[in-house]
Design a binder for this molecule. Structure first.
Ligand code: AMP
Length: 429
């Protein structure tokens, strides 16, 4: 790779907008497939799951690096498709992507390698009766997880037997045919997201962050793809991070090496800090969204250099330098999201007059026939702000939310405002 590489970025959301912006700032020429109306150099005609089309595009544009935003191309084997070619893919092989694409396989991996996690029991759809019995034994304090990729859905956090029964019923009606699922003990504690770049041996961590998965303020309502994020997390101090490293990250890296996975990419750890210590809830094999929209502006180092080092086996020599201050991103969503259908196509106004220190990342926008920018999905925009401290960043993000709007726009009013957790000492012991 030379000093100003041409690269392809796959995906179409606000995460890809933030990635494209950062990689361009680092000196790359970035083509986004398919991208969206707000991302420069988007190519809406190319389907990222059509690997032959991606290859033809890479060849035509002289791109020798492909950065994968969402999980689907990884789970479909894009890294395997290009293995052995002169095009490098920043993302794991299909086998390693099972860390995310199969909850059952991922839990077995955690167990094999001593990664701290919730107790869990796998079941098949033809034996839901056994799962019901186990849920009853646990008093309904369980989490039910569909085994495959479910785009932020497919996880039911239950506090009673009635809720667990409803989860089983919903599983049965949502997924046809034969499927597997996990029943997990329900853990309690604050959650943090830790995301790093890894070559399977070394890992370089970005800032700690927190997502807000539920639709309504106070972490109520249905799960979504994420309604906002912030970084860094004030309570994730050195003690907490040392425990996470020891109990979760280091055993994971040892597992990747033992099982000889070719893993070059982002690895995401969704962690709960429980009274019994940090526990891993899930892996993702990509950058989180909306975490990316705060983590990338918070990264002072060159992401391009970090990615190249990951692929070249020189990650150990890299340092990750954060930008000082705090970063907050608020998702502006379409009214009705996350229901399966809701109206879109509404004109978006106010983007030209964003306040200082704020940025709009496009998640689901398009141009209509009149050339107007309109809504095109659930999570339309992420309004991200930087400030010297969290309070200022929050105030700036919400100032931006007052400028930018569209018909029936919805956003959570409490992003980055959870009360500080009180830890039992076991969290860090
Ligand atoms: P996952 O996709 O596995 O991370 O689950 C989605 C969300 O469900 C997490 O971010 C947690 O808020 C919640 N969750 C998952 N597993 C558990 C668990 N064992 N105990 C409590 N909450 C959980």
């Amino acid at each position: 790779m030379n000093n100003s590489p041409i690269l392809l970025l796959l995906g179409s959301g606000a995460r890809e907008h933030a990635l494209a912006e950062k990689l361009a700032r680092d000196g790359a020429t970035v083509h986004v497939l398919p991208g969206n109306a707000g991302i420069p150099n988007s190519h809406p005609g190319v389907n990222p799951l059509d690997f032959e089309a991606v290859k033809a595009f890479a060849d035509a544009h002289g791109a020798r690096l492909i950065v994968v935003g969402p999980e689907a191309p990884l789970a479909a084997g894009i890294a395997d498709f290009f293995a052995g070619s002169d095009i490098k893919v920043f993302g794991p092989t299909r086998a390693a992507a099972r860390l995310e694409s199969s909850k059952v396989w991922s839990k077995e991996f955690m167990r094999r390698h001593g990664v701290a996690t919730a107790q869990a029991w796998p079941f098949r759809s033809d034996n839901i009766a056994a799962a019901r019995a186990k849920a009853a034994e646990l008093g309904g304090h369980v989490v039910v997880k569909y085994d495959g990729l479910a785009a932020g859905k497919g996880v039911y956090v239950c506090s009673s037997l009635e809720e667990a029964e409803a989860a089983f019923d919903d599983l049965q009606s949502s997924y046809s045919g034969w499927f597997s699922f996990l029943l997990e003990e329900k853990l309690i504690g604050p959650e943090i997201s830790i995301i790093g770049l890894t070559d399977g041996r070394e890992i370089k961590l970005l800032a700690t962050s927190q997502d807000h998965k539920q639709l309504l303020a106070g972490d109520r309502g249905p799960n979504t793809g994420g309604m906002g994020a912030y970084c860094p997390v004030p309570f994730a101090d050195d003690n907490v991070l040392a425990a996470i490293r020891r109990d979760i990250i280091d055993p994971t890296l040892r597992g990747l090496q033992n099982e000889q996975f070719a893993f070059h990419g982002f690895l995401y750890f969704g962690i709960m800090l429980t009274p019994g210590g940090p526990k891993l809830l899930e892996y993702n094999v990509r950058l989180g969204d909306p975490e990316a929209e705060v983590l990338l502006p918070a990264l002072d180092s060159s992401l391009l250099a970090l990615m190249e080092a990951t692929l070249n086996g020189t990650l150990a020599r890299q340092t990750v330098t954060p930008r000082p201050g705090a970063f907050v991103g608020v998702v502006l969503a379409s009214g009705g999201y996350p229901a399966p259908t809701f109206p879109t196509g509404f004109p978006i106004t106010g983007l030209e007059s964003l306040p200082a220190h704020t940025r709009a990342y496009h998640g689901a926008t398009r141009r209509n026939h009149a050339g107007q920018l309109v809504t095109n999905g659930g999570r339309v925009l992420v309004l991200a702000a930087h400030g010297p401290d969290l309070e200022t960043a929050i105030a700036r993000a919400y100032e931006a939310c007052a400028y930018v709007t569209f018909h029936d726009a919805y956003f959570r009013t409490d992003i980055a405002q959870r009360p500080a957790p009180v830890f039992a000492s076991a969290v860090v012991n």
